[in-house]
Design a protein around this ligand. Structure first.
Ligand code: ZN
Length: 138
């Protein structure tokens, strides 16, 4: 049998918050503000046009492993109907998006798969720099 991956294979996470129209974008704006008030995360910029493997406009929230246990359950109960992809960073982007992904709501297709590197082992790791200053308890 194949040896399972060790938990410390995961060096961070992304949550991609999708929106399909202006109404959902407004919901996503509210959610973004609520996240920033409650969690030490890195809020990425808005992508109103499709980018990379993502099948809908979205913004990314990057977060450290130690935020998962609070942030992900909070998203589960506060996503307000939005579709969200949570994926780990194991230095294997293709597998992280296609195999290791956690979806809330719909499961969207992953686009441009061939542009996702199979492995980034040996390359500099993505740096997560929290740009939020939580003032509220989750
Ligand atoms: Zn991502």
């Amino acid at each position: 049998m194949k040896t399972p991956h060790a938990l410390d294979t995961i060096i961070g996470y992304h949550a991609h918050i999708y929106f399909k129209d202006a109404a959902e974008r407004a919901v996503a704006e509210t959610l973004r503000a609520q996240i920033g008030e409650r969690f030490r995360v890195q809020l990425g910029r808005w992508h109103d046009r499709l980018v990379g493997p993502h099948a809908r406009p979205m913004y990314q929230v990057a977060f450290e492993v130690d935020q998962f246990a609070a942030f992900v359950p909070w998203l589960m109960i506060n996503r307000a109907g939005l579709t969200i992809l949570v994926h780990p960073d194991t230095r294997h982007p293709r597998q992280d998006h296609l195999v290791n992904a956690l979806w809330f709501g719909e499961v969207l297709p992953i686009l441009n798969v061939e542009q996702l590197p199979v492995s980034t082992v040996g390359e500099p790791d993505e740096t997560i720099t929290p740009n939020t200053t939580p003032t509220l308890a989750a």
